[in-house]
Design a protein around this ligand. Structure first.
Ligand SMILES: Cc1ncc(COP(=O)(O)O)c(C=O)c1O
Length: 413
């Protein structure tokens, strides 16, 4: 069985060789990951050689326009998405906000929208606001279990009815780490005659989703957590996009990709984004050679390498946390493709900051926050102002990183 070659992987991330960054065992990847070398190289090229308005009549301008087009095309191929369905905006929060303005125009009094309380607020607040004023839109909540923080699909089944127009849920919780079977979720929602938007921000650092197989109407994630630049990626099904109420300049209405991304595009960030897919290709070629597999198959097998490696690391951390009797949010064991290596916990005896500071003194970086999953923390009976400790890993974390984390955690808990 092919396993992940971590030396190769880490050689693709200049951060590991940098004196400031390299000494850290980094466990706040769910907040933002290191950038892969092809992304940095492309951004450097743009900044030095092509930082001009794109799509104009000069070579540097054409260079940037082509690089931006390439990022659209490469992500569409990697996500198995239709041409013209992938857009870039400043962040996922901004993308859902604008998308909600578009959807608002087509909703009527009595229409229903379902959100969870497990999501990051970016996939809740924008949709909850659809009921503002006298819109008459009803928002229903698919609530997580107050003990485990997990969602039960049977509860969604009970909420959904013939007035439901939209359901919004996450592919993977940024606190509970649970990866949902979104293909089954999409089927359930479509069978009920509604549409579904999925937040892939916490899922996509662990692998590229196959959007054709999933079938969601909307899918969004943040490239700064997937080894890329600070951008949000928004997928909208082409048949929805072509008629969606235009949020861009009136004279651009005929361009589907401008309808829900009204801000001027961030040229350099978009131009370098294809470097994320170059990185995936390099990992695939290194492990599997050039065997002619199609893009979706290559993305899937790289994702599988990542998942196996991450689950092994996560299980070591979860085992220690179980021994220490801290409250773990979400499943307390990891399985590839079922639970991401994003582990949030709260100690009954040691304050979050004391834990984080102790880890820091060992050059181990974690996060302490509500991580904008404010409603989930409240639902679990915890205080969002205090938050939780989160240690989040991706495929480039090593067994040595985990050794250092476990030593420091064992001391402090
Ligand atoms: C699960 C999840 N969804 C959405 C967001 C918001 O993404 P952005 O910072 O691009 O607005 C985050 C950010 O942390 C997140 O973790």
């Amino acid at each position: 069985m092919t396993t992940l070659d971590l030396d190769f992987v880490r050689s693709q991330f200049p951060a590991f060789a940098h004196p400031d960054c390299g000494k850290w065992a980094f466990f706040e990847n769910a907040g933002g990951s290191y950038a892969a070398k092809p992304v940095i190289d492309k951004l450097q090229h743009y900044m030095v050689a092509a930082k001009v308005q794109p799509y104009g009549p000069s070579d540097p301008s054409e260079d940037t326009g082509n690089a931006m087009d390439l990022s659209h095309a490469r992500f569409e191929a990697a996500l198995n998405a239709e041409p013209g369905s992938v857009m870039f905006g400043p962040s996922t929060t901004m993308n859902t906000y604008v998308l909600a303005q578009a959807l608002r125009e087509e909703l009527s009094a009595g229409d229903e929208v379902i959100v969870t309380n497990q999501d990051h607020e970016a996939n809740i607040g924008s949709w909850r606001r659809l009921s503002d004023g006298n819109s008459g839109v009803v928002v229903r909540e698919w609530s997580a279990n107050p003990e485990s923080g997990r969602l039960d699909v049977a509860d969604l089944d009970n909420l959904i009815n013939d007035r439901t127009k939209y359901v919004f849920a996450t592919h993977c919780s940024n606190l509970a780490g649970e990866i949902h079977d979104v293909t089954a979720l999409v089927k359930l929602v479509h069978d009920a005659g509604a549409r579904i938007g999925i937040d892939g921000v916490s899922y996509t650092p662990h692998g590229m989703p196959d959007l054709k197989a999933i079938g969601a109407d909307f899918y969004y994630f943040s490239l700064y957590k997937t080894y890329g630049p600070h951008q949000g990626l928004l997928y909208v099904k082409p048949e929805i996009l072509k008629d969606i109420p235009n949020q861009g300049h009136f004279f651009n209405a005929e361009f589907p990709d401008k309808r829900v991304t009204p801000a001027g595009p961030m040229h350099g960030e978009i131009a370098c984004a294809s470097g994320v897919i170059d990185y995936y290709d390099a990992v695939d070629a290194h492990h599997f050679g050039d065997d002619g597999a199609d893009t979706a198959a290559r993305m899937a097998r790289v994702g599988h390498l990542f998942a196996e490696h991450e689950a092994a690391l996560a299980n070591r951390v979860l085992a220690l946390l179980r021994d220490k009797n801290v409250r773990i949010i979400g499943p307390d064991t990891a399985e590839p493709h079922k639970r991401a290596a994003t582990i949030a916990f709260k100690s009954p005896t040691v304050a979050n900051d004391a834990i984080a500071n102790h880890l820091r003194s060992h050059d181990v970086a974690c996060g302490v926050s509500d991580f904008y999953a404010y409603r989930l923390i409240e639902a679990l009976g915890m205080n969002p102002e205090e938050g939780v400790v989160r240690v989040s890993m991706v495929h480039y974390n090593s067994a040595d990183d985990v050794d250092r984390l476990l030593t420091a955690l064992d001391d402090v808990l």
